[in-house]
Design a protein around this ligand. Structure first.
Ligand SMILES: Nc1ncnc2c1ncn2[C@@H]1O[C@H](COP(=O)(O)OP(=O)(O)OP(=O)(O)O)[C@@H](O)[C@H]1O
Ligand SMILES: CC(C)(CO)[C@@H](O)C(=O)[O-]
Ligand code: BAL
Length: 286
């Protein structure tokens, strides 16, 4: 595996689209890698790609009060894991060179201001900015993102579609710990007691999915409120709990018949750690 740190390195190392023997697969990450990230690399390899993984803690997607400074940075271990998983290139860009002074641009979309975007103003603009820049610099045939960050995946997919980026965006199922907790670099912030308790979040989502049998929209809202109550009772501080439409990512409304499939999305704090998760709710046929 080749380690690249400058844009010049990247340009020299990556085959241009005309010279590729295999599709080039980009796996963007913020490092502190775990098995969720490795699943993205594995999937890209299984699907015949040659992998370039980027590791960059993107300052543009963090709010001023957020955890940019303490976000875990584990470069040597990241290199080891990427190499062991089969990536061909690991790109560790220099922040000044990658971001430049371009942070004045914003990219907006109605969904970017909802849910995580409502609680982290500017977050998705920062994500979309850096992801588009990585697309332009690497010119991948495919790019892999995790379904754990479902709103992010939706927005990247929409951006690629609407701006006609020549890249195929592929989503990868959430990798979980044995107890159900979605793997996340931020899980390292949990103390041992919180870590034991954290899987409750996903358990509550699975219970909500089992209970999902709406006769009308009010039933959906009741179920969401019930879930908020259960989360609070168990010590979480929920930011949002919403049933969204898989196609539009907008909240399901009274216009959507009971059988409409949904994604139940949530973010909640446990102590000082912000957790996100989501679950697919299949079409309901009462
Ligand atoms: N458990 C997981 N399963 C599948 N994909 C994942 C998982 N966790 C992260 N990813 C994906 O890996 C990519 C890089 O994510 P990132 O480096 O932010 O990791 P993270 O664990 O989500 O970190 P954070 O704690 O900041 O949310 C994203 O596409 C993300 O959706
Ligand atoms: C896609 C991403 C690497 C952009 O910085 C980041 O948001 C992430 O790790 O999910
Ligand atoms: N995994 C999403 C990156 C972030 O929370 O900033």
């Amino acid at each position: 595996m080749e380690i690249l740190t400058s844009l010049a390195d990247l340009k020299k190392a990556l085959p241009t689209p005309e010279r590729r023997q295999r599709p080039l697969a980009l796996v963007p990450t913020m490092g502190a890698l775990h098995d969720g990230h490795r699943a993205l690399v594995r999937k890209a390899l299984e699907e015949g790609g040659e992998v370039v993984a980027s590791v960059f803690v993107n300052p543009l997607q963090f709010g001023p009060q957020e955890d940019f400074d303490r976000y875990p940075r584990t470069r040597e271990e990241d290199i080891r894991l990427l190499e062991a998983t089969g990536a061909s290139w690991a790109f560790f860009p220099d922040a000044a060179e990658l971001v430049g002074d371009s942070s004045g641009f914003t990219i907006s979309h109605p969904v970017a201001g909802l849910y995580c975007g409502a609680h982290r103003p500017g977050h998705f603009s920062g994500v979309l900015f850096i992801v588009s820049k990585l697309f332009h610099l690497t010119r991948p045939d495919r790019a892999y993102f995790g379904k754990k960050d479902r709103q992010q995946l939706f927005l990247i997919d929409r951006m690629v579609r609407e701006f006609a980026f020549p890249v195929d965006v592929r989503g990868v199922d959430t990798v979980r710990e044995e107890d159900g907790l979605a793997m996340s670099s931020r899980n390292r912030y949990l103390d041992p007691e919180e870590r034991q308790h954290a899987p409750e979040l996903y358990r509550l989502l699975t219970i909500a999915r089992e209970r999902y049998a709406p006769r009308n929209h009010a039933d959906r809202l009741d179920l969401a409120s019930l879930l908020v109550g259960d989360m609070k009772e168990r010590g979480f501080r929920p930011e949002y709990v919403v049933f969204v439409h898989p196609e539009t990512f907008l909240p399901l409304s009274a216009e959507d018949p009971p059988e409409t499939p949904a994604i139940l999305i949530t973010a909640a704090w446990l102590g000082k750690t912000r957790l996100i998760d989501n679950i697919d709710i299949p079409a309901f046929h009462g």
